[in-house]
Design a protein around this ligand. Structure first.
Ligand code: PLP
Length: 402
């Protein structure tokens, strides 16, 4: 069969508009297309391929488990799921784990748990969920409504209710909304899709305090910021604020679909037998790969390398900016970085992404004004240098076309 980009338009639902080239294989931070063109990958499958492509530890785990047991359903438990859960519990604030297949599903579980916990402990009135404008939590109807971009949830009929949005980094706007009727506040400890926006230390601390004052649960969506991305295993560890519920996905499986919701023993007790579930969640194949990813990432070498590589990125982007003056700032933490376009280039982040792809570099956008980088945490220094050289050519192509 002749597989081309045109075939996509013939057979696929048109909710995506993928690039013209079709990648066929990857190794480390390099990817090759059908014509054997080689790309450097600073996108990481949208902050997923935390160890690059085909990392030997992950391939070995996949092959080993692939020969043993793939799936049974949650009628049975399995060894990889229990091992992974134990490691997550040992490494974080959490005492209990629920496995899902994606970030959206992990968040769906977090929100349902919060509502159920509030109902059980306080009553029906305590059902308000507060999240933040520009936040992103997934595409299920509940999570997309909790997300702070109404454009994503409009046009699908009546939305789930009792959901309000405060302004990120503005404690007063949260104060104005929160009350004893609030069951949970959900936030990303570093807004990803919304434009790579870090919270201030005072803001996160203040959110925690307000939740405590009103007996509301604090949910950290670490789907994008978790598993080493910021240099800490989870971003909350670098903020000094502990959530009650944490969702993790993306990098958790290093490229194999898996998500998880972490919480305390007391809160978890509200999801009793039969209250929630998933056919695939916690299947042995996903958990075996995630366990290998977790073991590999959760080491001083990998986590410690993140801030050093961040500096290489920042220095390289700074040098490009000195020549071309296209960014007003580079923000973010660890290897989740956003280059914010100046006034002159507002709304054109996608042009930079397209120009980068033409230079054989994969990167991302975070809204119309930010070019986002979320490479593998073990991207070799040489690939960072070469990738940034390609990015410079992409920037030059845009600036020189004026
Ligand atoms: C912070 C955050 N939460 C949730 C999601 C949704 O994850 P998934 O696409 O795996 O459902 C994303 C995806 O971009 C995300 O960045």
């Amino acid at each position: 069969m002749n597989v081309t980009r045109e075939l996509f338009d013939e057979v696929m639902v048109p909710n995506y508009n993928p690039a013209a080239m079709i990648p066929v294989r990857g190794l480390g931070s390099r990817v090759w297309d059908q014509d054997n063109n080689e790309y450097i990958d600073f996108a990481g499958g949208i902050a997923v391929n935390v160890l690059g492509h085909c990392h030997p530890n992950l391939v070995a785990a996949l092959k080993e488990q692939g020969d043993k047991l793939w799936h049974l359903s949650n009628v049975f438990t399995n060894e990889p799921a229990l091992r992974l859960a134990k490691k997550l519990v040992d490494a974080t604030f959490a005492e209990r784990v629920y496995f899902a297949n994606s970030g959206g599903e992990a968040n769906e579980a977090a929100l349902k748990l919060a509502r159920r916990w509030a109902l059980e402990h306080h009553g029906e009135h305590k059902n308000q969920i507060i999240a933040f404008k520009q936040g992103f939590h997934g595409r299920t109807f509940f999570t997309v409504t909790v997300g702070g971009q109404p454009a994503y949830s409009d046009g699908f009929g009546p939305k789930p209710g009792a959901i309000d949005h405060a302004v990120y980094n503005d404690l007063d706007s949260l104060k104005a909304l929160i009350s004893d009727n609030t069951c949970a506040v959900m936030m990303e400890p570093l807004q990803g899709e919304g434009g790579i926006i870090s919270p201030t230390a005072d803001f996160v601390k203040g959110v925690r305090e307000l939740c405590d004052q009103h007996n509301a649960l604090l949910i950290f969506d670490e789907v994008q910021s978790g598993v080493g991305r910021t240099g800490d295993l989870y971003a909350y560890m670098g903020l000094g604020v502990t959530p009650d519920i944490l969702s993790t996905a993306k990098a958790l499986g290093g490229g194999f679909p898996i998500g998880a919701m972490l919480t305390t023993k007391d809160i978890a007790a509200s999801l009793k037998v039969g209250t929630h579930g998933s056919t695939y969640g916690g299947n042995p194949l996903a958990c075996a790969v995630a366990e290998a990813a977790f073991d590999t990432v959760n080491t001083p070498e990998v986590l410690g390398g993140v801030s050093r590589k961040e500096q290489l990125f920042r220095q390289g982007l700074e040098a490009i900016n000195q020549k071309y003056q296209v960014f007003s700032e580079v923000r973010g933490k660890g290897l989740l970085l956003g280059a914010v376009l100046t006034e002159k280039y507002q709304g054109r982040s996608r042009d930079f992404l397209v120009a980068a792809t033409q230079q054989k570099l994969m990167c991302l956008v975070a809204g119309p004004n930010v070019v986002r980088f979320a490479p593998s945490l073990v991207v070799p220094d040489e690939d960072i240098q070469q990738g940034l050289a390609r990015f410079e050519r992409a920037v030059a192509s845009i600036v020189n076309a004026e």
